[in-house]
Write a protein that binds this ligand. Structure first.
Ligand code: DC
Length: 212
């Protein structure tokens, strides 16, 4: 079974994806980490994030086994990840890895922006997870506080909106729901309620398949 989970920044899709993967015994890939690793490699080498040639070379060379998630969540990397993600050659270089990951038995949950539209268009279940920008910003601030990082909610909101804009307006694989995605708005749901709602959608799709 392949489950595609897409949505804007800080919508809660990562936490949901992890829990869904554990519930169904599937592998999990946070595809945002791939773009973050490319961004970090480009910045560490002293290049600009929109330097297509260096970003594409970095994308071809990343090793997900060696990711340091903490370092990949740094603000400069976050901002640059959305810039490198708009470069078609970067997306192309990361495509095979993601498709091979999805194909590993017994299946996988992948979360990102283009999983249901580009990476796994034949996924068994597609979720598009959203929440209001204000709620997403508040959650991101709480998350950073838990990691000991102080953040201003207005700055975080501005960063999220800028990134959403860039991710959804780009030419290459923009952030958008697949035509057959199930929308899940978590604005008024805590993580347990969002998880229950996601499982209900997955079960409904599976039951419908068995009957059909
Ligand atoms: O999910 P995230 O916030 O960690 O993702 C970081 C950036 O990577 C995001 O701004 C856009 C990009 N991204 C993408 O373009 N496609 C994906 N499948 C996942 C992330």
């Amino acid at each position: 079974m392949i489950i595609a989970i897409d949505g804007p920044a800080a919508s809660g899709k990562g936490t949901l994806a992890r829990r869904i993967a554990a519930r169904y015994g599937l592998h999990h890939l946070d595809t945002g980490l791939l773009y973050r690793a490319v961004a970090k490699a480009v910045l560490d080498a002293g290049h600009a994030a929109d330097d297509a040639a260096h970003a594409a070379a970095a994308a071809a060379a990343i090793d997900p086994e060696k990711f340091d998630e903490g370092a990949l969540k740094a603000q400069a990397v976050t901002e640059a990840s959305s810039v490198v993600a708009a470069i078609p050659q970067v997306r192309q270089a990361l495509l095979d890895y993601q498709r091979a990951f999805a194909a590993r038995p017994p299946g996988a949950v992948l979360d990102g922006r283009d999983i249901g539209t580009v990476i796994a268009p034949a996924a068994d279940v597609k979720l598009f997870v959203t929440a209001s920008p204000q709620v997403r910003a508040a959650r991101r601030v709480a998350e950073q506080k838990a990691r000991g990082v102080r953040a201003d909610e207005r700055d975080v909101l501005a960063d999220l909106l800028r990134r959403d804009q860039r991710d959804s307006k780009r030419e290459a694989a923009p952030l958008k729901p697949a035509a057959d995605a199930h929308l899940l708005d978590t604005t008024h749901l805590d993580i347990d309620a969002a998880f229950r709602a996601a499982v209900a959608i997955i079960e409904a799709v599976r039951t419908g398949r068995k009957r059909g």
